[in-house]
Design a protein around this ligand. Structure first.
Ligand code: ATP
Ligand code: MG
Ligand code: MG
Ligand code: MG
Length: 429
């Protein structure tokens, strides 16, 4: 006899009382010992709402609502990356030191590289990025033809960096999700075109999320060349300092220009205004830096091997999530980019024992009617069945969690023409 869903306490309606969103976990008062103070708004709001929980310094449990949100962000990123021809793969996080010694980054990365030895005493690292790995893959690919280029490979995986100061919750972790894409082209000119199309995809992505991102010139560090940009989200807690010209389109990370910042290096007349930003994305034209070392070649029209031109492009997935909460939220409650909210709608039935208790049935029906009428809301509508709590108290909770829409089933729901109060949390109306 099959066990009825009722008996197993699984109901088709998504109930707030059943969500694993623990806010009363041990350690919540002890973050200072565990991982520094609760240093910023997004970290505090996410912890207080049961979205993340600190584990060891710079590492977090991503609780179910956060995972829903990350999965939504991954879907949007996939659409944009595949929209420009990106193909998704997944590379090992456990990397042999040999690759990193070949590129000399085994030494260059210093303490930020998390190193370990396997049982045979062989050196490995937990990858902070994958230029070496992906270039080796492409180099191993015999007879890669010019007809197959540009080749854009990307992944969305956990990255590991032993940050000197992990802080600000998911903004700077030691283990975090990154989208990293690598491009392979036939020529420098083609590589520049690919670079441009990735930057455009990044701009579209941030526009879809409703985030006011600025693209600034970034330091090319030890890679050389001219082409590198960061995508920065303006915020006071941002750790990057940006200079934007009041007169022309010039904008750059402070790191890129000399101490003489009196005037704009581009138009020569404008003054540069300084602001702070959170780096959410970074694009880089690499040229032949890695392809030369690992001998990643393609065969040209004359059947001759030619070293490929490369680019690399990162997006901080978990950082984007925290940064958007940081810039959109109020002190009291989370506000999400609409596309990333873990649930879209929360329906509040009346309090148990109140005059309008029949409203409870209506509320339950409403959940199902909503999903039938608007199929994209399937799995997105919650019923706050904690009816021992007043509507006011549950509304306050809903405000903290930032569901884009809250529907209150009150007295007017029982009138001949039922009416529900709908609150749009983005506008507060
Ligand atoms: P930062 O200057 O903040 O240390 P980065 O320049 O070292 O970042 P990149 O190597 O450019 O980072 O990595 C690509 C993207 O990965 C960054 O733009 C950022 O969004 C994200 N990222 C980097 N480090 C972290 C981290 N410790 N925690 C979360 N996201 C990170
Ligand atoms: Mg860094
Ligand atoms: Mg940086
Ligand atoms: Mg960077």
């Amino acid at each position: 006899v099959p066990v009825s869903s009722q008996a197993r306490n699984i109901r088709p309606t998504l109930l707030v009382s059943r969500l694993y969103q623990p806010t009363n976990l041990r350690h919540v008062g002890q973050e200072s010992r565990l991982q520094g103070e609760m240093t910023c708004k997004s970290q505090r709001l996410m912890q207080q709402a049961g979205l993340i929980h600190p584990s060891n310094p710079g590492c977090y449990y991503y609780l179910p609502a956060t995972v829903r949100s990350i999965e939504k962000l991954v879907r949007v990123i996939d659409q944009e990356m595949q929209g420009i021809g990106g193909q998704k793969l997944d590379m090992p996080s456990l990397c042999s030191a040999d690759l990193w010694k070949t590129s000399e980054r085994w030494d260059l990365m210093g303490k930020e590289l998390l190193r370990l030895k396997d049982r045979h005493e062989v050196d490995h690292c937990l990858a902070p990025t994958h230029e070496e790995a992906v270039t080796t893959l492409v180099a191993n690919h015999m007879n890669l033809s010019y007809k197959q280029l540009p080749l854009l490979l990307y992944q969305i995986t956990r990255k590991f960096r032993d940050e000197p100061r992990p802080k600000f919750g998911l903004l700077r972790g030691r283990e975090f999700y990154m989208k990293d894409m690598y491009s392979f082209d036939v020529s420098e000119e083609a590589a520049y075109q690919t670079y441009e199309s990735v930057c455009q995809a990044y701009s579209r992505l941030f526009a879809r999320l409703g985030l006011p991102c600025v693209q600034v010139q970034a330091d090319t560090g030890n890679i050389g060349g001219k082409l590198s940009h960061e995508f920065q989200l303006p915020a006071d807690i941002g750790e990057d300092r940006l200079l934007v010209c009041g007169n022309c389109s010039f904008s750059a990370n402070v790191e890129t220009i000399s101490s003489d910042r009196a005037g704009c290096p581009q138009c020569k007349t404008g003054t540069l205004v300084e602001s702070k930003g959170i780096e959410v994305g970074h694009t880089f034209y690499l040229g032949k830096k890695y392809s030369q070392i690992f001998n990643a070649t393609f065969t040209n029209a004359q059947s001759k091997p030619v070293v490929t031109e490369m680019g690399c492009y990162g997006l901080g997935v978990t950082r984007i999530l925290a940064a958007s909460i940081e810039v959109l939220s109020t002190e009291e409650g989370i506000r999400w980019p609409g596309l990333l909210a873990p649930y879209q709608v929360c329906v509040l039935p009346p309090k148990k024992g109140s005059k309008v208790e029949e409203g409870a049935v209506l509320a339950d029906n409403l959940v199902h009617t909503l999903v039938e009428a608007l199929p994209h809301l399937r799995g997105e509508v919650l019923l706050d069945d904690r009816t021992q709590m007043t509507i006011g108290k549950r509304l306050k909770d809903a405000g903290k969690l930032g569901y884009p829409y809250v529907v209150v089933v009150g007295e007017s729901a029982l009138e001949e023409t039922p009416r529900f109060e709908v609150i749009c949390q983005q506008t507060g109306i």
